[in-house]
Design a protein around this ligand. Structure first.
Ligand code: DP6
Length: 345
């Protein structure tokens, strides 16, 4: 009897160790219509629906391995063990363990292709990669909808990095109804997306705090009132590949969202002087006949949208007129999170 249990245990472990490691690559997404403010903090149920597009050159690769050889969770992000998100990552692993009904500890190694926590959607690519790699490593097969729900529990915007291309996250009213869906594939509209990096510093207010503070802005109820109509108009502009209408809504929404930061208590200012220079340069270029529009997340780095034929001209002007510019990353709309074969360890 004792021997039999031992064999069974060894065999089970062999099977488990075979399937207990997986790697996923997931894109960052930049929202056209922003998620800002939550009606449920634990489940990350947002106050409003949002729209975004995945980016091909800003991504996170994450390998997760669950094993009896780990005595505690070991999290390495961009080579460091002291990332500010370690606690949130462990609590996300707990959710995956609960779903898979396992209690093994994990090693997680994650690499970002861009500076994390600097207002460039690293939590979106990070938690979507973790949800896919983690659930696969734990041996559970989830549908796209379930993966989007799981990613949302890690970070709201991560729900939008699971489906392909242009994505809508329907706010829903519960865990089961709040998830993201693709509205158009990545190749539907050949947009050029220029991500400007003007600082690599980590931002001092985490989004999770910003979401809470937003509710204290006197403008917040007005923002929410107009948002469904704005989403409708934005979806129509995407459908028609109408860059002018798309861009006008994009900028107005970005400034509306920023007005909430400025009027929250306490207020938040994410911008650097170079942020404003780039915003003004967009208008200047448009006056010269080059169509380009900005948005940005809760951070100082503007993200510009234009037709591919204008990319070079715009990048040259950025380099010439914005001395603080550290880097530009050129992007196209991209598919969502995928399993990849090459592990990071
Ligand atoms: C400004 O998804 O980072 O990027 O749910 O607390 O992780 P948590 O917040 P997060 O918030 C994203 C806010 C935003 C807008 C957006 O991506 O829609």
């Amino acid at each position: 009897m004792v021997v039999k249990v031992g064999v069974e245990k060894r065999e089970r472990f062999k099977y488990i160790s075979h399937r207990m490691k997986a790697t996923a690559k997931s894109p960052a997404n930049i929202a056209f219509i922003k998620y800002w403010g939550r009606r449920d903090k634990t489940l990350n149920i947002p106050e409003n629906s949002s729209l975004s597009c995945n980016l091909n050159n800003l991504s996170t690769i994450t390998t997760v391995e669950f094993s009896e050889k780990y005595k505690k969770d070991d999290i390495l992000i961009d080579g460091k063990r002291d990332d500010i998100e370690v606690e949130r990552i462990i609590s996300h692993l707990d959710k995956i363990r609960e779903l898979a009904k396992i209690d093994l500890k994990a090693k997680v190694v994650s690499k970002n292709s861009f500076p994390n926590s600097s207002g460039l959607a690293s939590s979106a690519s990070g938690f979507s990669a973790l949800a896919l790699a983690g659930s696969t490593a734990a041996g559970i097969k989830l549908s796209e909808k379930q993966l989007s729900m799981l990613a949302r529990l890690g970070s709201g915007s991560a729900s939008r990095s699971i489906p392909d291309g242009f994505v809508e996250w329907n706010k829903g009213i519960s865990h089961e109804t709040s998830f993201a869906k693709s509205i158009y594939p990545a190749d539907y509209w050949d947009l050029s997306i220029i991500v400007t990096i003007i600082t690599k510093d980590k931002k001092d207010v985490k989004n999770t705090i910003g979401h809470t503070m937003a509710l204290a802005s006197p403008f917040y109820p007005t923002r929410l009132q107009g948002i469904d109509e704005k989403i409708k108009k934005m979806k129509k502009a995407i459908k028609n590949k109408d860059l002018k209408t798309f861009g006008e809504i994009l900028e107005a929404e970005c400034l509306n969202f920023i007005s909430i930061h400025l009027t929250s208590t306490p207020y938040i200012i994410y911008w650097e002087p170079a942020t404003i220079k780039i915003m003004k340069l967009c208008r200047k270029l448009r006056n010269e006949g080059v169509e380009v529009y900005f948005t940005m997340d809760a951070g100082p780095q503007p993200v510009l949208y234009c037709e591919p034929r204008n990319t070079k001209k715009i990048v040259n002007r950025l380099k010439k007129e914005v001395k603080e510019l550290k880097k530009v990353v050129l992007n196209k709309p991209h598919h969502g999170a995928r399993i990849v074969n090459k592990h990071l360890f």
